[in-house]
Each structure stands twice: as C-alpha cells, then as structure tokens.
Design a binder for this molecule. Structure first.
Ligand code: HEC
Ligand code: HEC
Ligand code: HEC
Length: 433
C-alpha cells in the first residue's frame, strides 16, 4: 500500500516536472542582421526616445562612467548582484541580433532572444503591460540612435540555486500577471492612461510597492511604500505621511520639475526617475499619471496655500528669540537656517522643512541622506544644489538636528535609534545617485 502511494507521488511529481519543463521551455528566436533594422520613421524613433526615458532604460543599462546603454550596471538585490546587460545594437554582445518580435517577447515575457529566462531585476513584470506599438517604438529608437558598443558582460554574483534561470520560470508562474494593460471601465480615459503609464513603462511600483521574501511586489500592498537603496520610497496611498495632502497639481509639479512646493524634492533614486525622462512625456501623459496618483492617495483638491499646517509651519519658521535653547535648534540655526529660513522659499519650490516629506515620514533615512550627502544638481530642482554635511557634523549633531526638525517643526512622534541610523547610513556611503 505504502509502496503504491510512493509510486503515485513519484508519478505526479514526474508529470509535474515534465509539465513545468514544457511551461519553462522558451525557444531561441532567429537572429537578425544590422540591415534588418534600418529605416524606421523618424516619428517612431522620437516616440521611442521619450518612452525609453520614461522607462529609465539607460539608468539601469549604463554602468557608472560607462558608455550609454552598454550594460554592466550593478544592481544590488537582496539575493546578490545582478549586472544589467548590453542594450546597444552591437551584434554579438548587445541586442543587435534581436528581431522586433524577440524584443517584444523580452519586454512582455522576460525571455532573452536565446530563450533564457531573465531575472526580474529587469522590470518586465511591468513592461508586460505595454502595447506592442510602444515597445516597437523603443526598439526603433535603440536600433537607430544608440551607438553599438562591444563589451565583456560581467558575471552575476548570485548564490546557487538562485543563479539557475530555469527557476525564474517558477517565479513567473507564481507572481507575474502577464498581459497588456486592461482598462478599468469604471474610471475615466485619463485615469486609465495614467494607470497604463504608471503600472507599465514607468514602473512606479518597482520602488514604491513592498516586496515579499522572494522579491516579488506584494500586489495586495500596491504603493504602500518600500525601502530602496538605503532610501525610503514613500507610500503613494492614503498612508502617505506628508503634512499637506498630495493632489494632482502637486504630483504634476513634482514629476515635471523634480520638486513640489508643499512636499519636497525628488532626491536619491527618485532623482533619475524624474530627470532621466518621466518629465519628457507629453503634457497630457504627465497630467494623466498625476490624476491616477491623486486617486490612489485619495487627495482632495484643496489649495495647499490655504492649509493651516502650512501657515503654522511658516510662522514657526520665523526667527525666534528662543533659538539656541536645545542643541538641535542651535545647529539648525547655524548650519541650515542660512538657506532654509524664510517664507519666500516656499514660493520658489523649496518647502519649509516643517512640512518637508522627509521630516514627516515614519523613517528618517531620506532626511539623514540629504543632510549627510546634500543634493546634487541632477536631483530635485535642476541645477540647484545643497552641500552635504558628512564632514562638518558628527553623527550626534546630525541626529540632534533631525530630532529637532521632527519634534519641534513637524510636531511628530520622535524617531527611535536616530543616532544609530546616522552612523549606519554614513558607513554605507552615498550610494550611486
Ligand atoms: C531597474 C533596472 C532596469 C530597468 C529600468 C530596465 N532594465 Fe532592462 N534589464 C535589466 C537587467 C538587470 C537585465 C538583465 C537580466 C538578466 O540578466 O536576466 C536587463 C535585461 C534586458 C533585456 C534583455 C537583453 C539581453 O541581455 O538579451 C532587454 C531587451 C531589456 N533589458 C530592455 C530594457 C528596456 C527597453 C528598458 C526601458 C524601457 C529596460 N530594459 C529598463 C535591468 C533594467
Ligand atoms: C528607483 C526607485 C523609484 C522609482 C522607479 C519611483 N520612485 Fe518615487 N520615490 C523614490 C524615492 C527613494 C523617493 C523619496 C525621494 C526623496 O525623499 O527625495 C520617492 C518619492 C516620490 C514621491 C514623493 C512622495 C512624498 O510623499 O514626498 C512621489 C510623488 C513619487 N516618488 C512618485 C513616483 C512616481 C509617479 C513614479 C513612477 C513614475 C515613481 N515615483 C517611481 C523611488 C522611486
Ligand atoms: C547652502 C544652502 C543650504 C544649506 C546650508 C542647507 N540646505 Fe538644505 N537645501 C538647500 C537647497 C537649495 C535645497 C533644494 C534643492 C533642490 O531643490 O534641488 C535643499 C533641500 C533640503 C531638504 C529637502 C529634501 C527633500 O527630499 O525634499 C532638506 C530636508 C534639507 N535641505 C535639510 C537641510 C538641513 C537639515 C540643513 C542643515 C544641516 C540644510 N538643509 C542646509 C540648500 C541648503
């Protein structure tokens, strides 16, 4: 009897393995030659350029100091380091041999031309939602405008068995909802356009949605906020901790300029999202994304300028005789207030720090990052910089400025272990942004 059950289980396992093998097997697709990618219409190439920017293809496919799109950009994942591949049209080491059909399959299914399963560090779980027409435009752009570069691909540093690509087929089966975006008939066309862009090409959820232990986004916690590269990508839901609620107009300003008058700037990993291309999308697309996001956060359309929170924060920001009572306040006055002191700045797109997002979030990482390493000209407002204080202030001093801003300006519950957080973020260095 027991023998029979064992045999039965073995048989089921064998059928399962064969079935999985059939599911996992992806054939190689015919290579093409350089002559096959000549002569795309200029409008299609231009559309592809804008979309490639909105998908930050170059941000992930360019190594630090390397040639554009030539790959070998190191992505540190929780499982090990994965190197993005060469996306230039080089015939041997790039994607020159990809036909348009092979490129569509890569974007829709996460499968290379040779049939290998790609790792989800490549956000095909979002690109799967894109239309063929948009994918073809990116193909036309890459094949026409990107210079072919020959490279030697770095080996991924993934432990066995995570390095086995066949296992990616299982991951896909469990976690990926393949297929193009399907419009929600309950919502407006504009909302649906925003959803198509945010969930597809611009893959906002890749950073703003928390992941499970196998590295897949938790679909039940869409946009609930997550850690990425030692920064916090804030919640883009009703749980967003901003002092002033976001609305569509503020989102739009943030995505176009890299800063929002009443919230703060796009620094850290959010810097390239705005500056590498989202902001080049047509006006109507940026509005559509903003309308979609405003619906997700449930923001109302009140004018933030009329908000009591803003008024109170600006009043608190006026010079005060009681300055210098606590160490944090004293340091703030001497190190920060020269630039962050008056009401006018709020009109120039730099929010008063009492309402700044990084001061209001549950996690202090973003504030500490900005104080330690400053803001470079590619983050936040283009061309505007803030010096870093890593050399000038000790960990204790940075912790006390942050604690002061949190308690006295934002009037929120204190952050615990602030000093340890500063020490850790300093030890890990500024990162690659
Ligand atoms: C978040 C980082 C990231 C972004 C953004 C990204 N990629 Fe990638 N991409 C990767 C990584 C990593 C790989 C390699 C995956 C692997 O080795 O399995 C890859 C692989 C690919 C491949 C397979 C190429 C090959 O080696 O055969 C294609 C095609 C591709 N990406 C296209 C794109 C396009 C087009 C965009 C922009 C719309 C884009 N990627 C944006 C990280 C990214
Ligand atoms: C590569 C990771 C990454 C991607 C992709 C990304 N974000 Fe972000 N986002 C962040 C981080 C990190 C921050 C915090 C930046 C800071 O504090 O300066 C942020 C901040 C924001 C904020 C400000 C929130 C607040 O409360 O202050 C908004 C709005 C936002 N992102 C929208 C988007 C949208 C829309 C997309 C897609 C078009 C997107 N993000 C894609 C990482 C990302
Ligand atoms: C020399 C002027 C200068 C000094 C000094 C300065 N800042 Fe800034 N800070 C700026 C500018 C300019 C920006 C906006 C940059 C942009 O828009 O790209 C900024 C932005 C910020 C932000 C917004 C970050 C975000 O993600 O929204 C915070 C927080 C901040 N500063 C905190 C501080 C603190 C704390 C100090 C003192 C330790 C300080 N700054 C000192 C000029 C300064």
């Amino acid at each position: 009897m027991i023998k029979k059950i064992c045999l039965g289980i073995l048989a089921i396992a064998a059928i399962g393995a064969v079935g999985f093998g059939v599911y996992a097997y992806k054939p190689a697709m015919q290579p093409v030659t350089a002559a096959d990618h000549a002569n795309f219409p200029p409008e299609q190439v231009e559309k592809g350029r804008v979309l490639a920017g909105a998908g930050y293809c170059a941000t992930c496919h360019t190594a630090k100091g390397g040639e554009p799109y030539a790959g070998n950009y190191a992505m540190e994942t929780g499982f090990g380091t994965i190197y993005a591949t060469n996306l230039t049209p080089d015939m041997e080491t790039g994607i020159g041999s990809y036909s348009q059909a092979a490129f569509r399959r890569a974007m829709h299914e996460g499968v290379g031309r040779d049939g290998r399963h790609l790792f989800p560090a490549f956000p095909y779980d979002h690109f799967t939602k894109m239309s063929d027409e948009d994918i073809d435009a990116i193909y036309a752009y890459i094949m026409t405008e990107v210079e072919p570069v020959r490279t030697v691909q770095k080996e991924n540093e993934l432990p066995f068995p995570l390095n086995l690509r066949i296992l990616q087929a299982g991951w896909k089966m469990l976690f990926v909802d393949f297929g193009e975006y399907e419009a929600d008939p309950e919502k407006s066309d504009e909302w649906n356009r925003g959803a198509y862009l945010a969930e597809g090409i611009t893959h906002c959820g890749a950073c703003h949605t928390p992941r499970n232990i196998l590295g897949a986004e938790k679909s039940s916690e869409e946009y609930a906020g997550a850690e990425i590269d030692r920064w916090q990508a804030p919640a883009l839901t009703a749980a967003n901790a901003s002092a002033v609620p976001w609305n569509a107009a503020e989102f739009r300003e943030y995505l176009v300029k890299g800063s929002s008058t009443y919230h703060g700037i796009a620094a850290g990993p959010m810097g390239p999202v705005v500056h590498a291309g989202v902001r080049e999308l047509p006006d109507s697309d940026l509005t559509a994304i903003s309308v979609y996001l405003a619906d997700k956060v449930g923001g109302d359309d009140l004018d933030p300028a009329d908000s009591d929170v803003v008024r109170a924060s600006l009043e608190r920001n006026a010079p005060d005789r009681r300055y210098r009572q606590v160490e944090g306040e004293r340091l703030y006055t001497t190190a920060c207030a020269a630039c962050h002191y008056n009401a006018k700045q709020i009109l120039e797109g730099r929010p008063d720090l009492g309402i700044n997002s990084s001061v209001n979030q549950d996690d202090p990482s973003n504030l500490i990052q900005v104080i330690l390493y400053g803001v470079n000209s590619h983050q936040g407002t283009e061309g505007v910089v803030m010096p870093g204080f890593a050399q000038a202030l000790t960990d204790d001093q940075i912790a006390s400025v942050a604690a002061y801003l949190r308690a006295d300006r934002a009037e929120k519950a204190p952050w615990e272990n602030l000093r340890e957080d500063v020490t850790q973020l300093r030890a890990r260095g500024p990162g690659s942004h």
